[in-house]
Ligand binder design. Structure first.
Ligand code: TNX
Length: 509
């Protein structure tokens, strides 16, 4: 009598049981979800993926995901097909725009419709979250593979949903960045901002200024070996991201945060003397020499090479914490750098300090302050400057969760999940309306972050919280509902090997 249940429980794989997910248990929460109770689609050995030709790459990646855990052949064929999973660039409501989609799961098929490939990619990410958690296993699992039935119509609130990774304070390999890109894409984050230079390291090879990478990239916070991306490495990251509908925004921080560059080339210094490399964590002590013509030749050549390698629209010029640059010099410098970036056909983004210059109409300022009042930023917004919202006390995922967190900093406070989630990017800053807000971004500074497991720990579960603020309509904002959907992601992260923080604010299943 006792043996039978014991055998049954032994035969059930522990953490990866292939049970159906609740329909609508998706992060970010879709605009509208309608479950069809009692109906589900079963992925079987005869399931195929049918795609419009322009979406073949999206179909291939979905099929690869399904093959890995199901062991089924999952062929990819041109649409139309009968049954199976269809990715179609027709029949989507116009209201879902370029990034939205419609998803229908019935007993006989799964159909995702969108107006653009980006929309299909987002629909596939929703489908991914509706797959049993076991689908994220790297090895073949027994199944079954039910997808809950229902109808979703979904599109983003903001066009810019970003994450920043500081690869300057500590260097992260191409593989680590690609892993992060996969994690971003799962939560419909569509911009990856790479902080490629700072006092402690220069992380991108520049052909016309080779010492930047080879010498300026040779250390890191704490004195480690550092590292840098070759231009081929950078292009690989850009292409990997693009295939997942993530656009890379490269940042070269200036005029401050430039010790690595100043150490690499004596001529960039006003006194012609290169400082030593720096491995500490102070900020505000370095400045490019704003009065030297060579400085602008340098910037033109660096941004020229970067623009040629970067298909996305934005180049980020940093501009933060320029405490060693006189205010008038700072304003003139930023104004001139904006022109250089524009001459290379790109749009400037910069930390919000740049509103102290005269932003071009196209320039985007990234708000990183700790208060909800900033009159200079509000005035700039009223004059047309668009904002990316990264308030440090909400979105800085390098902040500790609480006083017991060993990684991270606390200058902007402690940020547990509710603090990261419970604010409105469209109404956060006094005097700034949602119309000025391009979107949100969660920056991860890495003074204390060294490994991929460290990135996981700080990003999860806060990154999905910020992702939901960027995607989901304000009308759906609800902490109680959010924390339930977020908790349901825990078993998936476990299967994926994500080292997430088990916040006590969430009841993890
Ligand atoms: C401030 S926020 C910085 C970074 C640091 C970060 C640490 C901003 C634009 N600059 O240089 O890494 O604090 O949290």
């Amino acid at each position: 009598i006792l043996l039978v249940p014991l055998l049954v429980s032994l035969a059930t794989p522990p953490a990866v049981a292939a049970t159906a997910v609740a329909f609508g248990s998706v992060v970010p929460v879709p605009v509208t979800t309608t479950a069809t109770p009692g109906v589900s689609y079963a992925i079987t050995t005869s399931t195929a993926v049918y795609t419009d030709p322009a979406a073949a790459g999206i179909g291939d990646r979905l099929a690869a995901l399904l093959r890995r855990s199901t062991g089924y052949p999952i062929p990819v064929a041109p649409a139309p097909g009968t049954g199976g999973i269809s990715l179609l660039l027709s029949g989507a409501p116009a209201t879902v725009g370029p990034e939205g989609y419609q998803l229908d799961v019935t007993g006989t098929s799964i159909v995702i419709r969108a107006n653009q490939p980006a929309g299909l990619a987002n629909g596939v990410q929703t489908l991914h979250q509706l797959l049993p958690v076991a689908a994220d296993s790297a090895t073949v699992q027994p199944g079954p593979w039910p997808v809950p039935g229902g109808h979703i119509v979904d599109y983003p609130r903001f066009g810019y949903r970003g994450a920043m990774l500081d690869v300057a304070r500590h260097f992260f390999t191409v593989a680590a960045v690609e892993r992060y890109i996969d994690q971003l894409a799962l939560y419909k984050i569509n911009y990856l901002h790479l902080h490629l230079s700072d006092d402690q390291g220069w992380r991108i090879a520049i052909g016309s200024w080779p010492n930047l990478a080879t010498y300026g990239g040779s250390t890191a916070v704490g004195g480690g070996p550092g590292g840098y991306y070759t231009q081929a490495d950078y292009q690989q990251i850009v292409a990997y991201a693009a295939a997942r509908f993530v656009t890379v925004v490269p940042e070269i921080d200036m005029p401050g945060h430039t010790n690595a560059a100043l150490a690499s080339y004596p001529a960039l210094n006003c006194d012609g003397v290169a400082p030593p490399l720096y491995t500490g964590t102070d900020v505000g002590f370095s400045s490019l020499c704003t009065s030297k013509e060579l400085t602008y030749t340098f910037i033109d050549q660096v941004f020229g090479e970067l623009a040629a390698l970067t298909p996305g629209p934005y180049l980020h010029i940093g501009g933060d914490e320029a405490a060693s640059t006189a205010p008038a010099d700072y304003a003139a410098f930023v104004n001139r750098v904006q022109q250089i970036v524009a001459a290379h056909g790109k749009t400037v983004t910069g930390w919000h300090d740049i509103v102290n210059a005269t932003p071009l109409p196209s320039t985007v300022a990234q708000y990183w302050g700790t208060t909800t009042r900033d009159s200079a930023v509000a005035t700039a917004a009223q004059r047309g400057t668009r904002l990316i919202m990264s308030p440090a006390s909400r979105t800085y995922i390098d902040m500790k969760y609480n006083s017991r967190t060993t990684l991270g900093q606390n200058w902007a406070g402690y940020i547990d999940v509710k603090t990261a989630y419970d604010w409105d990017p469209g109404a956060y800053l006094k005097g700034v309306t949602a119309a000025s807000v391009l979107g949100v971004e969660a920056p991860l500074w890495t003074e204390t972050i060294v490994t991929g497991a460290d990135i996981d720990y700080m990003a999860f579960p806060r990154l999905p919280a910020v992702a939901e603020l960027g995607w989901s309509p304000q009308a759906t904002h609800n902490w109680t509902a959010f924390k339930q959907r977020l908790g349901a992601q825990g078993p998936r992260w476990h299967v994926m090997g994500v080292n997430y923080y088990h916040s006590t604010q969430i009841s993890w299943p």
